[in-house]
Design a protein around this ligand. Structure first.
Ligand SMILES: O=C(O)CCC(=O)C(=O)O
Ligand SMILES: [Fe+2]
Length: 259
């Protein structure tokens, strides 16, 4: 998958051009700095991204770039299976029946973002990815061996060193919202680096901008007099639109939904 991503980016600009777009309703979209024109983003990020919608309404195979078409389809099939296992574990962790989150549709939507961070001549002046939490239920992240990913833990940035063959699971804002803060989304960022390119593949579990009548609020079974709902309910589309419009500004998107 990492090699497939690299193959895509290292093609001639003319081959990549047809995929270049800032229209977030497209199923396949290649761009750099997708958050650059958001309301509150501070600065451009030192990365390019290729997004592919893979579930529940996947991009047609012929819509995916030829250089990584097969591997994106194969990889996303594996990640979907892993997603179902993870939502079972997340359900159990909340003391709910194992298929609770699956029935809520938490593993129904999948978008794959292939990131390419070119080497940066002055890494002290830039970030690969600005600080953010993901606007989904959870993210399965694959990184190469360059490093640079950090998570915010007790107000300190902590390196997440690459481990060959390992996947990183990040809790996203929506899982925090429905679990009423039992699970916490993690703020993370990626440092720019003099060496590179660095490649990562983030698999986001969410239906994103798709129209859906499903509304997500804190799960009733978790609430009590001592644990009242902390957030108002929302659709995934509304949450995603709000977070995309706001951009990466160091503030949590969840505060907008706080009761
Ligand atoms: O490149 C990474 O390791 C992280 C990417 C990321 O956080 C994202 O795409 O949301
Ligand atoms: Fe992220």
């Amino acid at each position: 998958m990492l090699r497939g991503t690299r193959r895509f980016y290292e093609q001639d600009i003319d081959v990549k051009k047809p995929y270049y777009s800032r229209d977030v309703t497209r199923k396949v979209m290649y761009n750099c700095n997708f958050e650059l024109f958001s309301e509150k983003s501070f600065a451009a990020d030192w990365r390019d991204s290729l997004y592919s919608a893979m579930a529940p309404n996947p991009a047609k195979p012929e819509e995916l770039p030829e250089t990584c078409r097969e591997i994106i389809i194969e990889y996303s099939n594996h990640v979907m299976k892993l997603g179902y296992t993870l939502v079972e574990l997340f359900s159990k962790g909340l003391g709910l029946k194992p298929n609770h989150l699956k029935e809520m549709g938490c593993a129904e939507g999948l978008g794959i973002l292939c990131n390419y961070y070119p080497k940066c001549p002055q890494p002290e002046l830039a970030l690969g990815s600005s600080r953010h939490a993901d606007s989904d239920f959870f993210t399965v992240l694959l990184q190469d061996d360059i490093g640079g990913l950090q998570v915010l833990h007790k107000n300190q940035w902590v390196d997440v060193p690459p481990i060959h063959g390992a996947l990183i699971i990040n809790i996203g804002d929506i899982l925090q919202l429905i679990s009423n803060d039992k699970y916490k989304s993690v703020d993370h960022r990626v440092l720019a680096n003099k060496i590179g390119p660095r490649i990562s593949v983030a698999s986001f579990f969410s239906t994103g901008l798709l129209e859906s009548s499903r509304i997500y609020g804190p799960i009733e079974e978790l609430l009590s007099k001592d644990n009242p709902p902390k957030y108002r309910a929302t659709t995934l589309k509304d949450f995603f639109e709000y977070s995309s419009k706001k951009g990466f500004d160091n503030n949590s998107n969840l505060s907008h939904y706080k009761i």
